[in-house]
Structures are given as structure tokens and as C-alpha cells.
Design a protein around this ligand. Structure first.
Ligand code: GLC
Length: 472
């Protein structure tokens, strides 16, 4: 099959979150199964700065409302995946990736340029697969141009919906107001690019089965988008993300202190733990105390306020916590406060640091992920592979990937607490600290390390879906 991905980010070029890992991991896996995958991305300044041999592929003017903006399409190939970048300095030659006042205009422009490239260069894909709101308009724009390719949209994060004022519809997208009037793209009196994708694609997917159910039930409400998704329930699929085991593998990880596998994890993890504690500047890098790791965006979605609440419990139990991430200012400040006042228990690294992330997975005993909502989550999957036991809230992909000790003694791979009972997380910390040091945790570590979330397994579910759409 010829498959086109349209997304706001993808590794190895640009990453702000798990979306980038999924685009890259899934496209490589599709290529390994013999499919042709073309990924369209914006050519951000960050991508431009990455030294590479970007080749010229196409150039044209994009008419967007009253504007005429020039776009270059650049090309690069990585591991058999074809990448096409939309270059426009005006829209993407900026310091950051998202979060600008004109994001709607930027991604509407991106969508128009992708549409034009697909038509101009006769891509003729079997499947157009849009990811999140950034690409939500593309299938509709193609259909509007008379090209009805089979299409899929994957919702990675329903909290971002790509809104703009309906008065700007023609100005930003060249689409007729009938699409708004009919309700197809109208949401809460605005245009929503995410809704455009949900209502026009042949299939809608999200990144775990439980999250698909949660969305339909509008359990964690995202401005009510659940009702729109429920309207597509017969075309809705939950497919758990895979992990790129080339990048995350304790057996051959060059970024950690000592490689290990399931047969020698005890000595391996111990060496990494001491290295981690030393690296973070603890004066007593004692491997005999429980170490809790956190690698995440520091946002309320990720339950960082919940982590703040359990830090005293960790300190009381003579544990240590190492946190890596960046995000909301007040959360960063509160974490730094703890690090400053409890330097022998709490260490925080604000920023992005891939090497440290690997060391945290390899050197911690437990991985905290108390998210309020989590479509899939990758941290817990990586942690399990490194024999670091996840302690997670029972939501979305966390429920689908972690077998909780509280529910499945035999094949447990971690601990999952009730998302709706705020005290359960505190209780879990005390509980695991009590178990720590006893041999009771070893079977859990071994179960966790044996779990298989490889893309080569997960990709078949997408292939099956694409094939079923082509038969329609
Ligand atoms: C978003 C979600 C996360 C998911 C990732 C990739 O970042 O919050 O749960 O794993 O997308 O699909």
C-alpha cells in the first residue's frame, strides 16, 4: 500500500512528545512490512538546523484566502521512510514549534500545501492518515478538491482541538461556509480542525482501547468532543502504541552505565542506580533505598501536582525521587522548591535530556505516571522494558499496558491505582516502599521485562484497518 502520514512532528527530526515517536516507529514498521510510507511535516527552524542533505522536491505558491505564500517541498529518506517537508519561513522559520497565536493559520497553510503537493506530484495514495488536529483538515480539503482517498485520523491528544473563528473559514482554508453551516466542522460555535478530521475520515483511531471507550463516554471531558466521537462509534478503533526497541533496549543501550537483560538485571540495575544517583549529585548514592523516576512533560495532564503531593511520603519512607522534564512554570517551581529543601531525597532536571532519560529508566526502581488522562503513554512501556516498575493511574493506555499487582498477583508488571480517588496514589507509595527490598518484587520485574510492545506486532492492526477500508 502507498500510505501518506500528515503530522505536526516526527522523530528523528522534531519532537515535543510521544506523537513524534509514534510517527517514526509506526512508519518504519510499515516500511518493514513492505509498504511505502510518505510522511509530511512542517520544515521548522529546528529541522532546518539539524545537519542533513535535504533535497529539493517541489515548489509552488499556495493560495490561502487573500494571501499567496510560497512553499518549497524538501525531501529526505530515513530507514526507508520518505519524509516531505513544507518549507515556509514565514510560518515555520521560528524558534518554537507550536503555541503561536496564528497556529490555526500556520497549520491550515500546511494542510493546503500538503494537498497541493499530493495533487501536483500525483502521489495517488491508498491511504491518507492524519494525526491529531494539525492534520485534521487534510482529508476534507482533498475531498473538496474531488479526490476521495481512504482516510484515517488518529487522536493522540484530544485536549488540543485546533479552533478558529468561523468568520475566518474561507480566509484560512479556502473551504466554503457550507461545511460550517452543515455542522461538519462546527464545534462549540467555532471551527475545530480535530472535529473536521473526526467527521470526514473513513476511520477514527486512538492509541488504546480504554481511551477509545473513555472518549465515547466523555469520561474526562474534552469540551464535549466525546459526543462527536460517539457519533462515529462504528468506525472507532483503539490501537495501543508500539515501542521502538532499537532505541530503548537495556541489552544494547549505549547511553546507560551497564547493559543488562532479564538474566542479569539485578547487578545491571544496581550499577545503573548508583550511576544515576551519582550523576544527579546525591552525596550518598546508596543503592539500598527505593528510587522513583519521572520522565515527562511537566503538566497537569501528567499529574505532576499529584507527584508533588506524594513527595513527603517518599521522603518519609527514605526513598529518593529523580524528575526530568519541562512544562508549566508553577509545577517546575514547586518541584525545584523540594529539590532545594530536600537535596538528599529530591533531584530535578528541568529540560530535555535523552541520555539522562535512559539512565532514569535503567537506574530507578519505580516509575511514576499518575496521569489524569493518558491516551496511551510511552514512559510506562519503556520503564517496564528496563525492569523499572510503573506506578500509574488507571486510565487510558496505562490501564491497557500495565498489569496491576492489586488485580493480577501472578502476572503483575506494576501498580495501578484508581484515577478518581486521590488518596490511592499516596497509599501506593507506602505500599511499594514496604515491599521494596524483599524478593517479592522480582517476579514483577521479570514479567515487566518480558512484555512485548514492539511495533512489528502492533503495526498489523493498522494494516488490517487500512485493508478493510480499501475493501469498502
Ligand atoms: C500524546 C498522548 C500520549 C500518547 C502519545 C502518542 O502525547 O498524551 O498518551 O502516548 O500522544 O500517541
Amino acid at each position: 500500500m502507498r500510505i501518506i502520514f500528515v503530522a505536526g512532528e516526527s522523530s528523528p527530526f522534531v519532537k515535543t512528545g510521544g506523537l513524534a515517536d509514534v510517527i517514526w516507529g509506526l512508519s518504519k514498521a510499515l516500511v518493514r512490512k513492505g509498504h511505502k510510507v510518505s510522511v509530511f511535516l512542517p520544515f521548522y527552524r529546528q529541522v532546518k538546523k539539524t545537519p542533513d542533505n535535504y533535497q529539493w522536491f517541489d515548489a509552488f505558491d499556495v493560495a490561502q484566502g487573500w494571501r499567496m505564500t510560497h512553499a518549497n517541498i524538501l525531501y529526505d529518506q530515513r530507514d526507508g521512510v520518505d519524509f516531505y517537508f513544507v518549507e515556509s519561513d514565514q510560518y515555520f522559520g521560528r524558534e518554537g514549534i507550536y503555541g503561536y497565536d496564528d497556529d490555526a493559520e500556520r497549520f491550515a497553510f500546511f494542510s493546503l500545501a500538503v494537498k497541493k503537493a499530493i495533487i501536483h506530484k500525483r502521489f495517488n495514495p491508498d491511504i491518507v492518515h492524519a494525526h491529531d488536529w494539525h492534520a485534521g483538515l487534510v482529508p476534507l480539503m482533498l475531498a473538496d478538491a474531488g479526490l476521495k482517498f481512504r482516510s484515517v485520523i488518529t487522536i493522540h491528544n484530544p485536549a488540543f482541538q485546533g479552533y478558529f473563528n468561523p468568520m475566518q473559514l474561507g480566509d484560512l482554508t479556502n473551504l466554503a461556509s457550507v461545511y460550517y453551516g452543515s455542522g461538519l466542522i462546527r464545534f462549540n460555535g467555532m471551527v475545530s480542525m480535530l472535529k473536521a478530521g473526526i467527521s470526514t475520515c473513513d476511520a477514527v483511531t486512538t492509541v488504546s482501547k480504554t481511551h477509545a471507550k473513555e472518549l465515547m463516554a466523555d469520561k474526562v471531558s474534552f469540551n464535549g468532543i466525546g459526543s462527536v466521537i460517539a457519533g462515529r462509534h462504528s468506525d472507532l478503533y483503539g490501537i495501543v502504541n508500539g515501542l521502538d526497541y532499537d532505541e530503548f533496549c537495556p541489552e544494547k543501550d549505549e547511553l546507560i552505565e551497564k547493559t543488562y537483560d532479564i538474566n542479569n538485571y539485578k547487578t545491571g540495575k544496581k550499577a545503573n542506580k548508583v550511576a544515576l544517583l551519582r550523576h544527579m549529585g546525591f552525596t550518598h548514592p546508596n543503592s539500598g533505598q527505593p528510587v522513583f523516576g519521572v520522565v515527562t512533560r511537566l503538566t497537569s495532564q501528567k499529574g505532576i501536582d499529584r507527584i508533588l503531593r506524594v513527595i513527603p511520603e517518599i521522603i518519609e519512607n527514605r526513598g529518593k525521587i529523580v524528575i526530568l522534564g519541562q512544562g508549566e512554570w508553577d509545577l517546575e517551581q514547586s518541584l525545584e522548591w523540594y529539590a532545594k529543601n530536600f537535596p538528599e531525597s529530591v533531584k530535578v532536571y528541568i529540560g530535555y535530556n535523552n541520555k539522562l532519560a535512559h539512565l532514569i529508566y535503567a537506574g530507578s526502581d519505580f516509575f511514576l505516571m499518575p496521569s489524569r488522562f493518558e491516551p496511551c503513554g510511552l514512559g510506562q512501556i519503556i520503564a517496564m522494558h528496563y525492569g523499572c516498575l510503573p506506578i500509574v493511574s488507571k486510565v487510558g493506555g496505562l490501564s491497557d499496558t500495565v498489569f496491576s499487582f492489586y488485580d493480577h498477583r501472578e502476572n503483575a508488571t506494576g501498580f495501578a491505582f484508581d484515577n478518581w480517588d486521590e488518596n490511592c496514589f499516596d497509599y501506593s507509595i507506602g505500599y511499594v516502599c514496604n515491599m521494596y527490598g524483599e524478593k517479592k518484587l522480582n517476579p514483577l520485574i521479570e514479567n515487566a521485562m518480558k512484555m512485548d510492545f514492539s511495533w512489528d506486532k502492533q503495526v498489523d492492526k493498522y494494516i488490517e484497518l487500512y485493508k478493510s477500508l480499501l475493501k469498502r
